[in-house]
Structures are given as C-alpha cells and as structure tokens.
Design a protein around this ligand. Structure first.
Ligand code: SF4
Length: 363
C-alpha cells in the first residue's frame, strides 16, 4: 500500500473523501440529462460496477429540472458539471446535487462567489475543476512548459477566493490531455494545498487508448499517494471507465480485488499448445465468476509451477497436453483437445461454490 497524501476530509452527500480514505471512483453519464430514464439506467449500471460518484452535464435549464428527478432515484451522490453559468450551478444545488463542479476559467469572480454562497448555505461541496484548454488567458503564446505554472497560479487564486468567503468544502482538479503536464500539475497541487484532489486525464480518447494513457498518468500519481477521487475519461460506455479505474487501483493495491485476475504468459519458442486461444476461452469463462479468482495460463514448466503456486487454478502447457493445478497442487493432466472444457468446468465449480478459497475442485 502506498503512503497516501493526507488531505482534509470533504463530504459529498453520503460519502466522505480525502483524509486518507479509499480512493473513490467517479464517472459521468453519456446521454442527455433530460433523458431521465437512460441516465438512471447508466447510473444503475455504474453503481453496480462500483462507481461511487457520478457526474452529469447540466448546460440547460431543462437539465437541472431533470436532475431533480434523477437525484431522488439514485443511491450514489450526484455531481453537477457546470460551465459558464452560475445560474445552472444554483439550480443544480437546489435540485439536490451533492457537489458542483465548476470551471472557474469560464466564470466571473462574482459568479464564482454566488455559487460558493449557495453551496455553503446548502452543505454542498465544490470542485474547482481547472482545465488546461479553458484557462482564460491561455493561448498559443503560452508555451506548454509554462502552462503548469499558469494552472497552479489560477487554482491558488480561486482557492483564496473561496477561503476568503469562508468556504472550505473544496476539491481541486487540474486536467490536461497531456500526461506529463497532468502529472506535473497534480504534483504541484499536492505540494501546495491540503484539499482532496480529483485526478484524471481529460479527453483521453477511445477506450483502448484511454486505458493505457490513464493507467500511466493516474498510476504514476496514485503511486505517489496523490489522488482522492479518479475518473478515466474515455469515449464509450461509462461502465468501461469504472472497470479501467478499478484495474488501476487494484494493480497498485489501492482497492480490494473485485474481479477475476488472469495471468497469461506471453508465449515463446517453448510453447507447444495453442495458448492464446485457450487464454481467450478462459477469460470468457471467468466472466461468470463474481469474485477475485486468480487463474494462470502458462505455456511450459519454466514459470508454470511458480505461477500455479499463487493461483486458484493454473494451466501449465506441455506437448499436446497440459497439467492442471488447483491452489498450487497438480491435480491432473489433460490432452490439449479437452483442455478448454476441463478448465471451464473448474471455473464453473469455483463460481458455484461462490467462495474460491473453499472450493473443492473436481476435473
Ligand atoms: S512460460 Fe514457458 S512458454 Fe510461456 S513465455 Fe515463459 S518460457 Fe515461454
């Protein structure tokens, strides 16, 4: 477990963040907020996937009106994502949002203070979400290496504005689509402020690209103890964002493993079975397993028994056959043609038993 940077606690509806509490996974709905049914459907799936905070865009009056109905029907705190309009932020607060994210780069000081007063009166948190692309005086004249300093000086200004108004239920974020600047800016935020930090790489791309870029960026920060809430921004189903976020947290030991883990050797000149096809079948079978089962699919005896020792089930390939292991003990030898079925039966049994730790495996 990494040494988490201690920030002050901030309440967001039913949950608290900061103060060394577990990193909370956040996502956003990807449909019009006025489409209440589809929003509720996405929020329901996000909640089941472990998402603890969900954000909705509210650009129009109709969106904050819809928010009233949404807030009443969900189990997790709702965050309103507001740009340009203090009025929308106030409507969202009145609608029952637990937090409003404002982008101070596109709001006047007077409007920010109006939102701060409303948040304070209603016990609502505010995220000061600075975005590199929307810092007001950012232009092509500001070279990339100066943008980190610019973002930090803007955040300092906005934090001071809130504190002078007697408001401290703040969360800070500074996002860029550039991994290095995102890392540098968040390191500087962690050094400069003791408010919880929301981390994310903005506009990270299609899911496969976003997963890699987010793992590098968020993983680096989390490994340094920085980050109280995280969001993986990917174009596509928001539930995928949550899966990637948990994969990052689990890899760093910052979240308990919730899903099956598949270890697969990369194959080499020693591999004598169709390991890739087998691994794909095993992965498909693992989708029926609700818990943190570890399965190793290995091509030969070089590392097979070693990985088997740490796995619930392991396959160690040979020539036209494979050895199957359960909890590190070799249980049988199966011809390659029957391998996928045999492994599938072992996995199904673990799934039926429900507790992989006590499963008695028969092949
Ligand atoms: S486990 Fe065996 S087959 Fe797989 S990469 Fe290592 S040496 Fe090669």
């Amino acid at each position: 477990m990494y040494q988490r940077k201690k920030s002050r606690p901030v309440r967001i509806g039913s949950i608290q963040i900061g103060a060394g509490l577990p990193v909370a996974v956040q996502s956003m709905t990807k449909v019009q907020t006025t489409d209440v049914d589809r929003c509720l459907e996405q929020i329901g799936r996000l909640t089941s996937a472990g998402c603890r905070l969900v954000r909705l865009a509210v650009p129009r009056r109709a969106d904050t009106q819809a928010l009233v109905q949404i807030v009443r029907q969900v189990q997790i705190p709702i965050i309103a994502d507001v740009h340009f309009s203090a009025q929308r932020a106030i409507e969202a607060i009145e609608a029952g949002s637990a937090k409003v994210r404002i982008n101070p780069g596109n709001m006047s000081r007077e409007d920010i203070l109006t939102v701060v007063d409303a948040a304070k009166a209603n016990g609502v948190a505010i995220r000061l979400g600075v975005n590199e692309a929307s810092i007001r005086d950012l232009s092509d004249d500001v070279p990339p290496n100066k943008r980190v300093r610019l973002m930090i000086s803007r955040i300092r200004e906005y934090v001071q504005l809130c504190e002078d108004r007697g408001f401290d239920q703040l969360v800070i974020s500074a996002k860029s689509s550039d991994p290095i600047r995102t890392i540098q800016t968040n390191r500087a935020i962690a050094r400069s402020f003791d408010y919880p930090i929301h981390i994310g790489l903005t506009h990270a791309g299609l899911p496969e690209d976003a997963a890699i870029l987010s793992a590098v960026t968020l993983g680096t920060l989390l490994a340094e103890g920085i980050g109280d809430t995280i969001r993986v921004s990917a174009a596509g189903d928001p539930v995928e964002e949550v899966h990637v976020a948990y994969a990052i947290l689990e890899a760093l030991g910052l979240a308990e493993r919730r899903s099956p883990e598949l270890v697969v050797c990369p194959t080499c000149g020693r591999t004598e079975i169709d390991l890739l096809a087998l691994a794909r079948k095993v992965k498909a079978s693992l989708q029926q397993v609700p818990g943190p089962v570890r399965v190793a699919v290995m091509g030969c005896v070089v590392n097979g028994p070693g990985e088997a020792a740490d796995a619930d089930i392991a396959i160690c390939g040979g020539k036209g056959k494979a050895f199957l292991y359960h909890k590190g003990k070799k249980v049988t030898v199966v011809p390659e043609a029957q391998l996928a079925d045999a492994v599938q039966r072992m996995i199904a049994q673990l799934s039926r038993v429900g507790d992989h730790a006590t499963a008695k495996t028969k092949v």
